[in-house]
Design a binder for this molecule. Structure first.
Ligand code: ATP
Ligand code: MG
Length: 278
C-alpha cells in the first residue's frame, strides 16, 4: 500500500547530492526506515529537475534485487519533489573504502557479480546508467550491493542512439564517450557502463582512482588525455590471473572489444570455486 508523505518523519541527513538532500526517514505506522531524496522547487537549475524526473522514471520501471527500490514518489504543490527509497544501511562503496580500506579479490568478485547482474538487467531493459562509480553503488546487510542514482541515465528508445553527451562524472567516462570516432567502432552505449565498472573495481582494489597517482588532484584535461591516449590502467602483478583478465575485459579501450555484462557474468573470476564452498 502507498505510503503517505505525512506519515514519514525525518531522522537525519544521509548526504547531499548535487541539487538534493537524502534523509534517513521513518514510516511512523510501521517504524520501517527508508531513504528520502528531496529536491527543492527553488532549485533554479532546470537540469537538476530534469535529472530527478529521469531518475523517477527509471526507478518506476525497474524491479531487480540489484537496483535500489523505489517505494514512492511525491510532488508537492510547492514544487518540491521527493523519492522514497529503500534504506541502504552501509552507505556507498566509496564510504566503505574510506572506512574499511581496500577490498580483497573475493570481496570484489562478490561486488562485481551483483553490479553486473544489475547492469545486465538495465541493459536488457535498454537503460544505460552512465554514472557507475563507487559513490553510486549502495550497500546493505553486510554486503548486498545495489545500483543507485539514475540522474544521468539514458533510456534507449532506438537501438543505436548517439548518447555520448557529457553527462556523469568525467573521470569514469569511457574513451568512446570522449572520442567516438577512434574508440566507438560499432558504437554501443552500454559498453560505457562496463568501462566504469572496471575502473570502480580497480579503485576499490588499489585504494585510489587508477588514472591518478595517490593524492593527485584530478583535473579534466590530464584525465581526458590519460583516458584517450594512455594505455588502460591494469592491476599490479601480484593480483590473480583471473582478476587481471577480468579487468582487461572491462577496460578495453575499443568499446566493441569490451565484454558485455552477460559475458562477464560467466568470466572465471566470478565463477565460484566449488572446493571453497562448504
Ligand atoms: P554524486 O554526485 O556523488 O553521485 P549524488 O547527487 O548522486 O552525488 P545522491 O544520490 O543525491 O548523490 O545521494 C547523496 C548521498 O546520500 C549518497 O552519497 C549516499 O551517501 C546517501 N544515500 C543516497 N541514497 C541512499 C539510500 N537509498 N540509502 C542510504 N544512503 C543513501
Ligand atoms: Mg550519488
Amino acid at each position: 500500500s502507498a505510503i503517505s508523505s505525512s506519515d514519514i518523519e525525518k531522522l537525519q541527513v544521509l548526504g547531499h547530492g548535487n541539487g538534493g538532500t537524502v534523509y534517513k526517514v521513518r514510516h511512523k505506522k510501521t517504524s520501517q526506515v527508508y531513504a528520502l531524496k528531496v529536491v527543492h522547487a527553488d532549485t533554479d537549475d532546470s537540469l537538476v529537475r530534469r535529472q530527478v524526473f529521469r531518475e523517477m522514471d527509471i526507478l518506476r520501471r525497474t524491479d531487480s534485487p540489484y537496483i535500489v527500490k523505489c517505494h514512492g514518489i511525491y510532488e508537492k504543490a510547492s514544487g518540491d519533489i521527493a523519492i522514497l527509497m529503500e534504506y541502504m544501511d552501509l552507505g556507498t562503496l566509496d564510504t566503505l573504502l574510506q572506512k574499511q580500506g581496500t577490498f580483497s579479490e573475493a570481496k570484489l568478485a562478490h561486488v562485481a557479480r551483483q553490479v553486473l547482474n544489475g547492469l545486465n538487467y538495465l541493459h536488457n531493459h535498454k537503460i544505460i546508467h552512465r554514472d557507475i562509480k563507487p559513490s553510486n553503488l549502495l550497500v546493505k546487510n553486510g554486503m548486498e550491493v545495489k545500483i543507485a542514482d539514475f540522474g544521468v541515465s539514458k533510456i534507449m528508445y532506438r537501438t543505436l542512439d548517439a548518447c555520448n553527451s557529457y553527462v556523469g562524472t568525467c573521470a569514469y567516462m569511457s574513451p568512446e564517450r570522449f572520442d567516438p570516432d577512434t574508440y566507438g567502432g560499432n558504437y554501443n552505449g552500454y559498453a560505457a557502463d562496463i568501462w566504469s565498472l572496471g575502473l570502480t573495481l580497480l579503485e576499490l582494489y588499489l585504494g585510489y582512482f587508477p588514472f591518478l597517482t595517490p593524492g593527485q588532484r584530478p583535473d579534466w584535461a590530464t584525465l581526458m588525455c590519460a583516458i584517450c591516449f594512455g594505455d588502460p590502467p591494469s592491476l599490479p602483478e601480484n593480483a590473480s590471473e583471473k582478476f587481471q583478465s577480468f579487468i582487461e575485459c572491462c577496460l578495453q579501450k575499443e568499446s566493441s572489444k569490451r565484454w558485455t555484462a552477460e559475458q562477464l557474468l560467466s568470466h572465471p573470476f566470478l565463477c565460484k570455486d566449488p572446493r571453497s564452498e562448504k
